[in-house]
Design a binder for this molecule. Structure first.
Ligand SMILES: [Zn+2]
Length: 75
């Protein structure tokens, strides 16, 4: 899969896939920035491309319930 960030455009590889009524793809930076708001809106956040995740990526504590964070802890 080579999905790209819906906010940054086609030059940036998406690291996360979000699902609610539709689908949204975000890079690591966008996901980190918007994570609390998106989680608060009920989006489910999944890892879309593990290679797009940096090992030092730290996300807000609201991410703790999500499968994405569980995957990240092994990165
Ligand atoms: Zn982005």
């Amino acid at each position: 899969m080579n999905e790209t960030c819906d906010r940054c455009g086609p030059a940036v590889l998406a690291a996360y896939r979000l699902e609610r009524r539709g689908q949204l793809y975000l890079c690591r930076d966008c996901a980190s920035r918007h994570w609390p708001a998106l989680a608060g809106e009920g989006w489910s956040i999944w890892v879309a491309c593990e290679r797009a995740l940096a090992p030092q990526a730290a996300l807000p504590s609201t991410a703790e319930r999500t499968p994405a964070l569980a995957a990240m802890s092994y990165a």
